[in-house]
Design a protein around this ligand. Structure first.
Ligand SMILES: Nc1ncnc2c1ncn2[C@@H]1O[C@H](COP(=O)(O)OP(=O)(O)O)[C@@H](O)[C@H]1O
Ligand SMILES: [Mg+2]
Length: 250
């Protein structure tokens, strides 16, 4: 379980997050949702220790994240940021191989190579393995970044808007793979804008608004008309279709 208590984050003297109290259940998929600018990426970066808190604590299990040695945290938690820029003259294999660095220290074993090939295949990138990243489409590059993150083999995976640039088939594929990771016991947090996807795949939802948590709980507690209408200040309709919640604005 990840526990966030009373978290505040200030960036460039601007308060961004305040009074964030939330728990992320271990071994489940949590969707982080909310309007643009709500603080989702900042919260994810704080959990990944990429952004410092000015008040509050974040614990993984019962250990404060500031007490982890860098390598121990790298072996425990992987994060894909929203605005990741990668060197264009890297191949897909090089990029995904970097994900193994905390394990291999640059000396990849056969097992590391197998893990890289396996995740490249699961992300349907095998035909692009030796292509430079700047020759890929936006969606192909996004899938390579997700593969790199999963190649780290951590039990906590944080993905900021992983479905950006993906067509609906590849978006489904990524969500299925994220579910497979959860079935293996991993804790996965994804920032999602598609609330129909969030409702279909996630176990737990954290909704952010104006720098703090507006609602949280199991899917049914958040993916419903009153909560979403409040969250977005816009009328939101949730249509039941064979047990799936289709979320639309009206
Ligand atoms: N370095 C920064 N300096 C000042 N404001 C920032 C900085 N980074 C982000 N912000 C602001 O913080 C708010 C939350 O940003 P972010 O966490 O990226 O939101 P979200 O991911 O929910 O869209 C936004 O209003 C954004 O403009
Ligand atoms: Mg964001």
């Amino acid at each position: 379980m990840i526990t966030v208590r009373n978290l505040s984050v200030t960036l460039d003297r601007t308060p961004i997050l305040h009074d964030v109290d939330t728990t992320v259940p271990a071994g489940q998929m949590t969707a982080l949702v909310g309007p643009n600018g709500a603080g989702k990426s900042t919260l994810l970066a704080a959990i990944g220790r990429l952004t410092a808190a000015d008040a509050g604590t974040i614990e993984i299990g019962d250990k404060n994240i500031s007490d982890f040695a860098p390598r121990d945290l790298a072996l425990r938690l992987a994060i894909m940021r929203q605005d990741t820029h990668v060197a264009p003259r890297l191949t897909v294999r090089d990029l995904v191989g970097f994900g193994r660095y905390p394990h291999s220290h640059g000396r990849m074993t056969q097992q590391d190579h197998n893990i890289v090939d396996d995740i490249i295949a699961r992300m349907e990138l095998t035909e692009f393995t030796d292509r430079f990243l700047d020759t890929l489409s936006g969606g192909q590059r996004q899938r390579a970044l997700i593969a790199m993150t999963l190649a780290q083999g951590t039990d906590i995976v944080l993905l900021d808007e992983p479905l950006n640039n993906l067509d609906l088939v590849h978006a489904r594929r990524v969500m299925k793979i994220a579910r497979e990771e959860v079935e293996k016991g991993k804790t996965v947090i994804l920032v999602l804008h598609d609330l129909t996807v969030a409702g279909s795949y996630a176990d737990h939802v954290i909704a952010m608004k104006n720098g703090t948590v507006a609602a949280q709980g199991p899917v049914d507690d958040v993916i419903n008309e009153p909560v979403l209408t409040d969250l977005y200040d816009t009328p939101v309709q949730v249509i039941d279709a064979n047990g799936h919640k289709i979320v639309v604005t009206v």
